[in-house]
Structure formats: structure tokens, C-alpha cells
Write a protein that binds this ligand. Structure first.
Ligand code: NI
Length: 252
């Protein structure tokens, strides 16, 4: 039993074989997938996919990259979509100062608006923070949400400690299997067992030994294997633990 808590199956990388692939990943032991939205369009598409497949759930929201393309009224539409029974989180939302695809001030406006929305709707948030640790922390601290996860966690151990104290979960991708993953082992060794989740962020972040190929939720097993190796645990213990955490986090 595995829970991929962050995938983008609505990405065009899956247009050719989406339905076939979804059957395959179900057959190889992935019991739950959270499909993360990045804009209004993918919020709709995520929910469509979740309606079609019982083991797929959706988040709705606007990614920092997509703030520039968002329209007036999108927030209200997202708020409406969030009431769908398979919409289990607001995300992914946050700040990305690595690519700066949207102006930073606009990213902050959208991040704040969606944190407010999550607070009002009592939904967990999926946070994307890339090279924007300081501003992200400042914003999340303002809202005292019930639940949030830093997806594809890339910060320091020090920041991890602060986030855990604030009640956050941390989620890890195939990036932890890369040879240059220096920070993640100490964080994974340290993190309390009830705050860790796993994800693929597919089609991106393909784990070793398949780095360079298209990623998909079936590859979440390599993330679980790596965590088991680092924590001196077994694959099935980590699979069970991260699935339990994911189900509690998203209330499913
Ligand atoms: Ni993502």
C-alpha cells in the first residue's frame, strides 16, 4: 500500500497513455494518489480525474508559476471547486524565486489569498517553496492553519525543525535518491514519524535508477525504499506509515 501525495497526472506528458497508466499504477500497489492542481484549468481537470477513479483525490489552487496567467474571478471559482467531495486540499500554492515565472509581489498576493481561503474552508494546504524560504515562512506563520505540507521539501534541518514545531508535514520526492542529495538524509533521519509523507511530483523528479525518464506515481516506491534505508526501517513499514499519514492529512 502506497500513497503518492503529489502527482500531476493531468500534465500533457500523460496525454498519450493516461488511462492505461492509471490502471497499471493501481495494479502495482499504489492505493492513493493526490493529483495537485497548478491553475484553474488543472483544478477542473484534477477533479474530473478524481471523479473517474476512486483512488485519485484532487487539490485545487494556483501555483506560483501560474499567478501571471490567473484571471479576476479565478479565486471564487476555485473556492466553489473546493467544496467538491474529492477536493481535499488547496494547492499547490506558495512562492518560487528560482524561476520567477510570475512577479514576486503577485506570487505573494495569490499565496495570501489562498491561505485565507484554506483557513476559511478548513482545508489543508500544499505548499511549494523554492528558494523563497524566508518569505514563505513569514506568510505561513500569519495564518495558523490546521494542516499544511511543504511538498518536495528542500530546506535546511533548522527550517524543518521550525516547520514541525508549527505543525507542518514534510513530503519528499525522488530527489532524495539523487547522489547530490546532501541535506535530505539528516532531515529524514530526524523527522518525527507522524509528519512525513512521500510523493513523486510526477512527471518531474524521477528517482534513481530511472532519472531522466518520465516519472509516474508507481515510482513512489523508490522514495519509500530510500527513506527505509535512511531510517533503518523496512519498505513495508515506511509504506504503511506514509500511507497512514497521507490519509490522516487529507482526511481520506
Ligand atoms: Ni508539483
Amino acid at each position: 500500500m502506497l500513497f503518492d501525495t503529489h502527482a500531476h497526472l493531468t500534465d500533457e506528458a500523460f496525454d498519450e497513455d493516461r488511462d492505461e497508466l492509471i490502471q497499471t499504477i493501481k495494479n502495482i500497489g499504489v492505493s492513493f494518489v493526490l493529483n495537485a492542481a497548478t491553475c484553474l484549468k488543472t483544478s477542473y481537470k484534477s477533479l474530473e480525474l478524481a471523479e473517474k477513479h476512486d483512488f485519485i483525490y484532487a487539490s485545487v489552487g494556483v501555483h506560483p508559476h501560474d499567478c501571471s496567467g490567473a484571471q479576476d474571478g479565478d479565486l471564487e471559482k476555485i473556492a466553489k471547486l473546493a467544496s467538491h467531495k474529492k477536493a481535499v486540499a488547496i494547492g499547490e500554492i506558495g512562492l518560487d524565486y528560482h524561476y520567477d515565472f510570475s512577479p514576486r509581489e503577485l506570487q505573494k498576493v495569490w499565496f495570501n489569498k489562498q491561505m485565507e481561503l484554506a483557513r476559511d474552508l478548513h482545508l489543508p494546504v500544499i505548499i511549494h517553496d523554492r528558494e523563497a524560504h524566508e518569505d514563505t515562512l513569514e506568510i505561513v506563520k500569519k495564518y495558523k492553519l490546521e494542516k499544511g505540507v511543504f511538498h518536495c521539501y528542500s530546506g535546511s534541518l533548522e527550517m524543518a525543525k521550525e516547520l514541525i514545531k508549527l505543525g507542518f508535514y514534510l513530503s519528499f520526492t525522488g530527489a532524495i535518491t539523487f547522489k547530490n542529495a546532501r541535506r535530505s538524509p539528516e532531515i529524514i533521519k530526524w523527522i518525527p514519524e507522524d509528519r512525513i509523507m512521500i510523493e513523486t511530483d510526477s512527471p518531474y523528479m524521477t528517482p534513481e535508477p530511472y532519472r531522466g525518464k518520465r516519472n509516474h506515481p508507481g515510482m513512489v516506491r523508490f522514495v519509500a525504499e530510500k527513506i527505509a534505508e535512511i531510517r533503518g526501517s523496512t519498505f513495508s513499514e515506511i509504506a504503511a506509515l506514509t500511507t497512514k499519514n497521507g490519509r490522516e492529512f487529507f482526511h481520506i
